[in-house]
Design a protein around this ligand. Structure first.
Ligand code: SAH
Ligand code: SF4
Ligand code: F3S
Length: 471
């Protein structure tokens, strides 16, 4: 007898790794006849894939669970049962307590248990289930690959986790506790997954890891392999036009990886390299294990290798002990680097991290003022970078329809959103656009030449493809 199809709704919070994990959870449940739905109301199984990084992110989950209780009651009134699961970093950090606080939850499971999901769901039909082990086995060895159909539905760009966990223990951060020790997947597995993605039409892959540039997996020859060598291996895949990686730690930005930015045309000229603060005393208190000068030295080397690279970063304001002078150092660092974009956050003390018990917690209103000032400065640099692109020609991967009728949307090599009035048939192509105007968050381009798509693959050309050039 054929089993009845069940509907699965996954809501994802937090970083790109959670986005990737949510897809893998859907893949794990597909053989058990779960089909993804975008409508929570019709879901037989609702999974929240959560983030614990700041208090606000974490608390969102509980307000969502309040709404889910009502949904479950509504559906019960129609005779339909609903199972509710909490996955991700809040699940790992809080385990059992989630069910105590929100009894509507049937199932709590951490990021290292996703391969066990079909069995956990089965068990949760009869009892509350909590699985926050760090198992011996590697979940990636057991998670099924996405079907071709699922990959096609997910679009032309894809995430691929190559490294998980973190051994850095920055004093503000929960990640080493929620994701566990650093571990890297073998090159052969990553290449196989990338090939399957490309066969389903993916043209751009972003390699993911909490500390992606600390990647050291088993190479094809059995030897320990770094991120640079992995990128070279992936660049050989025919039809894989663009590679990116995120997130990196300054200490792991080694010379081989910097050289890859000069040598590999597939590696996009964009680097997210969080620094958190421009002040040496705050960097020390954060246990970042590098100085401002060390960070600037790395930036200098990267720019020497790839002069047009767009840099991005993360900043925390209001870390315990941060004085006006420390904050001024952060502002001056932003100016010195000239980021094309950056993310900034108000420090959120997290339970169990050393930062939470430090003396000198900064008054919330002071942290808020600093955040506003920093964001204003970052926005100025972002707008200036976007304006500097006007008049240039860029290769844009057109991914989908834009917000306005007749428009398509894509990404520049520098990860900027770009809109263009163009025919639907160009979706999936890398098209040369002249950039005509720029705003705070996007560019507008016009078509110049024939798409440089699959028929005349740019990597077969003699010259490395340039992603940006003056018109
Ligand atoms: N693994 C990545 C990022 C992890 S979290 C890295 O090492 O860069 C993403 C960003 O969230 C961090 O870069 C940091 O800026 C911010 N963040 C982490 N913990 C935080 C906290 N307790 N309060 C505020 N922001 C935080
Ligand atoms: Fe967190 Fe630091 Fe590890 Fe990044 S490097 S995940 S900020 S502990
Ligand atoms: Fe959040 Fe966990 Fe990612 S805490 S940022 S979802 S690694």
């Amino acid at each position: 007898m054929a089993t009845k199809t069940k509907k699965l709704f996954i809501k994802t919070y937090g970083c790109q790794m959670n986005v990737y994990d949510s897809e893998r959870m859907a893949d794990a449940l597909a053989p058990r006849d779960y089909v993804v739905t975008a409508d929570m109301e019709e879901a037989d199984l609702v999974l929240l894939n959560t983030c614990h990084i700041r208090e606000k992110a974490s608390e969102k989950v509980f307000s969502e669970l309040g709404r889910l209780k009502k949904l479950r009651d509504r559906r019960a009134g129609q005779g339909k049962p609903t199972m509710i699961g909490v996955a991700g970093c809040v699940a790992q950090a809080e385990g059992e307590e989630i069910i105590e606080r929100a009894p509507v939850v049937d199932l709590v499971f951490g990021p290292q248990s996703y391969h066990r999901l079909p069995d956990l769901v089965q068990r949760a039909k009869n009892e509350h289930v909590v699985d926050t082990d760090f198992p011996e086995e590697d979940k990636f060895d057991y998670l099924p690959q996405a079907s071709k159909q699922a990959t096609i539905a997910r679009g032309l760009t894809a995430f691929l986790t190559v490294q998980e966990g973190c051994d850095k223990f920055c004093s503000f951060c929960v990640v080493p506790y929620t994701r566990g020790n650093e571990a890297s997947r073998p090159v052969s597995r990553i290449v196989a997954e990338a090939k399957a993605l490309v066969e389903a039409g993916v043209r751009e892959i972003t390699l993911l890891g909490q500390n992606v540039n600390a990647y050291h997996g088993q190479g094809l020859d059995g030897a320990d392999t770094g991120l640079a060598a992995l990128l070279f291996e992936l660049a050989k895949i025919e039809g894989l036009d663009r590679l990116r990686y995120t997130t990196s730690h300054p200490r792991d930005m080694n010379d081989a990886l910097i050289a890859a930015h000069a040598a590999l045309p597939e590696l996009m000229p964009y680097l997210h390299l969080p620094v958190q603060s421009g002040s040496d005393s705050i960097l020390k208190a954060m246990n970042r294990r590098h100085t401002r000068a060390h960070y600037l030295k790395i930036i200098e080397k990267i720019r020497a290798a790839r002069p047009d690279i767009a840099l991005s970063g993360d900043f925390i304001v209001g870390f315990p002990g941060e004085t006006d002078a420390d904050f001024a150092d952060t502002l001056s660092l932003v100016k010195e680097v000239g980021y094309a974009s950056a993310y900034s956050f108000k420090y959120s003390p997290r339970p169990g991290t050393p930062g939470a018990s430090l003396e000198g917690q900064v008054e919330p209103h002071i942290a808020s003022e600093r955040l506003l000032e920093l964001q204003k400065l970052i926005n100025e640099y972002q707008l200036a970078f976007n304006h500097s692109c006007v008049g240039k020609t860029m290769d844009i991967l057109l991914e989908k329809t834009g917000r306005k009728p007749g428009q398509l949307a894509g990404r520049s090599p520098f990860l900027q959103a770009v809109h263009v009035d163009a025919d639907l048939s160009l979706i999936g192509q890398i098209v040369s656009l002249g950039i005509k105007s720029a705003g705070q968050n996007s560019l507008y381009g016009e078509q110049l030449a024939k798409p440089s798509g699959k028929p005349d693959n740019p990597r077969q050309a003699d010259q490395p493809r340039q992603s940006i050039r003056s018109a």
